[in-house]
Design a protein around this ligand. Structure first.
Ligand code: ADP
Ligand code: ZN
Ligand code: ZN
Length: 828
């Protein structure tokens, strides 16, 4: 009797341990670590799970279920992805299942709840029919009656057990598809390829063929055209693959002519699935690198030298110094060495411009992965990477760290200070920069962090010698950093030199910029029309029904919206509290500023870039392209306009109101404000003439503004690091925030107090709180937070183990049971 074999699998569920299933004998050869298997979990649910280990130890104490089916002959993960998942779940205090859920595109992990539909374009193909089994034919019939069914529903409708086993091959064949309820879905693109039905050297057969078509001019023409297009006679060259469409177009013959040649066994026809990310042309192997300036060359050399001692280097280069060009040189070398490169950037607005620049240099060796991709595009990229060891540059946002790279040689993190590298919700709440550094380490790759305003923690590590530090303090081709003017809005108001939201100096500067035929960027870190609505009669102000925040007025929608949960209501005509006509709006969001600027400068083109104007996929691209070709004169936006954009004609940047940035109640407030202001300032004067930045504030003496005015990173850093030391904040401590959410406020408080008490017994006064966070109710959940501040040097692994133990020890009380707990490690 053969030995019974088992697999431990990760399920896409928040479970701390892995689960064991047995492998039926007939499947034993097919299972590998990293393969997907279909398993049952719970009464009737099944899931796509990932094999984590194979073994022969029968688990004790429960009956082991068998694996239903193995979905991949080859693993869909590559080394060291599983280790990386493990690290993520340990470090960020979540479950491996949550990491798995985040890491893999939906199209690769169908489960009971997954909806499927019939592919509307599917037609049974006469030349290569997919032979349906009886079960599959039944599924097809059921699906023809129903537009969309979950796997569970389909199972019930068809009466077929373990439906996924029947459905998976149909998904792969493109007969059925996963429904994401959005326009695009995973549908492998198919092409029909024509070729001759015999080998190239068989001259005799070719002569016979000509005889066979002698009597039909059309058929002869089709044959001759094929020989010509494919380069059949030129045997020194690779045979080109020709699609049926190409042939019928070029020979000007109908498909029936081609079919006749197939019937005569002259042509044969193949259906090929092409991956959208497989380049159809020949791979473009020449790389066109930009020539570096002398300071850039020197910087590149320093980085190279640095890598000899330290595998992580920080490039502190001012805005417009040409960091990207330096990255390109390093990337090219990594490619030459046969390695892959991950180029991690924070936002899609960056990838748009960057991908154009990188495409020019790396051609087909560039793959782009951004957050507006549909799931099917994600699946395509995944499969593309999985089946290649080619050297490629992958330009990607946060979640690209999960892709199945083969031998990464270099990881570049641009704008490494960006707080959007941190995933805030849901788990895993990881920082993609830090995770990318770990990933690089697992691959034995070098890492380069780049920024004009490095994160305090990063710079600290560089000064400590943990990272190499290379500086590039001049802009490319001698363009200079812009002059910064701080405008005291209190003073301006006193002098009555403010109209609407614009002070006179900013207004005049915009006008002169327009006269010079240059462009303006205006920055305001608030979207919507007006952030405050108040009844002048009774003081009532609209609050979200589900969150503890005021609603923001959006004029073009005529709605009040909650920016935390998306809840929206109409702006009432009369005050709902006192019934009087007293509602007034205050403050400025981007929508209102855009409206005002349009009124003020009617002869110029104004555009707005914020979350509301960029919801659909191409919107960013369009706004950026319009601005790049100088159709737009004035661009107004939120932090989206502050990052990485590179436009030569921008000579003025205006910050409408710096005060909300400066007064945020959080230990990172100064850091965030400095980064944001310095970055947005960096958009000005990137080419010839000196740019100017005007910052409006009621706080002109704020030290952050002082450092921004002088572009004095070091001054700001020295100041900030002292504050952090004094108040024991990172990098001098490690912080874990614990959030407790409950729909019932008393339960929430009680759970928070219990948890805090239990933590204090172990961690003493390293435990702070519990307290209500700045926004203490979101989407109907009341929130309490506890802060755990550990001194650096303590084993965080141990801390986390203890945390889990403490949680387990109190998790059975009704308060804890009804609460949702999550951890935020290294908050940012
Ligand atoms: P950073 O990322 O440091 O802000 P960029 O890499 O965007 O700077 O460079 C700023 C501008 O200068 C870009 O338009 C870039 O194309 C140009 N530039 C920088 N270095 C070079 C170079 N060596 N050759 C040509 N153009 C360059
Ligand atoms: Zn809300
Ligand atoms: Zn009122």
């Amino acid at each position: 009797m053969s030995i019974q074999r088992f697999v431990d699998v990760i399920l896409p569920l928040p479970l701390y341990s892995s689960y064991t299933y047995s492998i039926p004998e007939n499947l034993q050869d097919d299972v590998q670590v990293g393969s997907r298997v279909l398993v049952q979990f719970g009464k009737k649910k099944y899931y796509t799970a990932i094999v984590e280990a194979l073994h022969t130890n029968a688990p004790m104490g429960y009956e082991v279920k068998p694996v239903v089916s193995v979905l991949d002959p080859e693993p869909i993960l590559r080394y060291p992805q599983l280790n990386f998942w493990k690290w993520l779940s340990d470090y960020y205090l979540c479950t491996p299942g949550e990491v798995y859920k985040a890491a893999i595109p939906t199209g690769l992990k169908p489960e009971s709840e997954t909806r499927i539909t019939l592919n509307p374009d599917y037609e049974p193909d006469e030349t290569n029919p997919f032979r349906l089994t009886d079960h599959q034919a039944l599924v097809l019939m059921v699906m023809q009656d129903h537009k969309r069914l979950t796997m569970d529903e389909l199972e019930a409708e068809s009466g077929i057990k373990n439906i996924a086993k029947t459905v998976m091959p149909m998904l792969d064949a493109g007969i059925l598809e996963i429904d994401e309820r959005i326009a695009e879905r995973y549908r492998p693109k198919k092409i029909t390829v024509v070729s001759l039905n015999f080998p190239r050297h068989d001259q005799e057969r070719l002569h016979e063929c000509f005889d066979l078509v002698k009597r039909s001019r059309m058929q002869e023409k089709a044959l001759l055209t094929y020989l010509d297009l494919s380069g059949w006679m030129n045997t020194t060259q690779k045979l080109k693959s020709i699609t049926r469409q190409q042939l019928s177009d070029a020979a000007e013959v109908s498909p029936s002519v081609i079919k006749a040649l197939v019937d005569k066994e002259i042509f044969k026809i193949d259906k090929k699935t092409i991956n959208r990310f497989d380049a159809e042309e020949e791979r473009n192997n020449t790389i066109h690198l930009p020539v570096l300036s002398d300071p850039q060359k020197k910087t590149l050399k320093e980085i190279d030298e640095g890598f000899k001692n330290q595998s992580i280097q920080l490039l502190h280069g001012v805005t417009g110094s040409g960091k990207t060009e330096i990255y390109m040189h390093l990337m090219a070398r990594a490619l030459e060495a046969g390695n892959q490169v991950l180029f991690l950037v924070p936002e899609i607005s960056l990838t748009t411009q960057l991908s154009d620049r990188l495409r020019k240099v790396f051609g087909n060796r560039l793959l782009v992965y951004h957050s507006k991709f549909s799931d099917s595009e994600r699946v395509d990229i995944w499969r593309r990477l999985l089946t290649t060891n080619e050297p490629l540059v992958i330009l990607g946002v946060r979640s690209s760290i999960f892709l199945p790279f083969s031998h990464l040689g270099l990881v570049v993190v641009d704008e490494e200070h960006e707080s959007s590298f941190k995933q805030y919700d849901p788990n895993p709440r990881y920082n993609a920069r830090d995770a990318a550094l770990m990933l690089a380490r697992m691959h034995g790759a070098k890492s380069l962090l780049g920024s004009a305003t490095p994160a305090i923690e990063t710079y600290f590590k560089a000064l400590e010698g943990k990272y190499g530090l290379v500086k590039l303090m001049e802009r490319y081709e001698g363009s200079v950093l812009p002059e910064v003017e701080i405008i005291d809005m209190k003073e301006m108001r006193k002098k009555k030199e403010v109209k609407g939201t614009l002070s006179y100096p900013l207004r005049e500067r915009i006008l002169s910029t327009m006269k010079d035929n240059r462009q303006v960027i205006l920055f305001q870190n608030r979207r919507g029309f007006a952030p405050v609505v108040i009844c002048e009669q009774c003081g009532w102000t609209p609050k979200c029904a589900h969150c503890d925040v005021s609603m923001v007025y959006h004029k073009n929608l005529g709605m009040l919206r909650c920016h935390y949960c998306g809840y929206a209501t109409l702006l009432p005509p009369l005050c709902p509290a006192c019934g009087q006509n007293g509602l007034k709006i205050f403050g400025y969001g981007t929508e209102r500023i855009a409206e005002e600027i349009k009124d003020e400068f009617p002869e110029y083109n104004v555009a707005r870039m914020d979350l509301d104007t960029t919801r659909n996929k191409d919107a960013y691209q369009n706004i950026i392209e319009d601005f790049a070709r100088h159709y737009t004169d004035i661009l107004i936006g939120t932090q989206m306009v502050s990052k990485g954009l590179d436009f030569g004609d921008v000579s003025t940047v205006g910050v409408i109101n710096a005060d909300t940035l400066l007064n945020f109640p959080d230990f990172r407030s100064n850091e965030r404000a400095f980064n944001m202001l310095e970055q947005v300032a960096g958009r000005a004067g990137r080419r010839q003439d000196k740019g100017k930045v005007l910052i409006q504030t009621v706080n002109p003496k704020h030290e952050v503004l002082h450092h921004v005015k002088n572009h004095d990173y070091k001054g700001y850093y020295d100041n900030e690091i002292e504050e952090r030391r004094k108040y024991a904040y990172p990098p001098f401590t490690k912080i874990i925030n614990i959030f407790i959410r409950n729909k019932n406020p008393e339960m929430c408080d009680k759970a928070a107090i219990d948890f805090t008490m239990a933590l204090r017994k172990v961690f003493g006064d390293r435990v702070l709180g519990p307290e209500k966070p700045y926004v203490s109710r979101i989407a109907s959940y009341y929130i309490q937070s506890i802060m755990l501040k550990m001194e650096v040097g303590v084993s965080m692994k141990k801390v986390k183990d203890i945390l889990r133990q403490i949680y387990t020890s109190i998790s059975q009380t009704p308060e804890m049971k009804s609460s949702v707990i999550h951890y935020d490690v290294d908050p940012s």
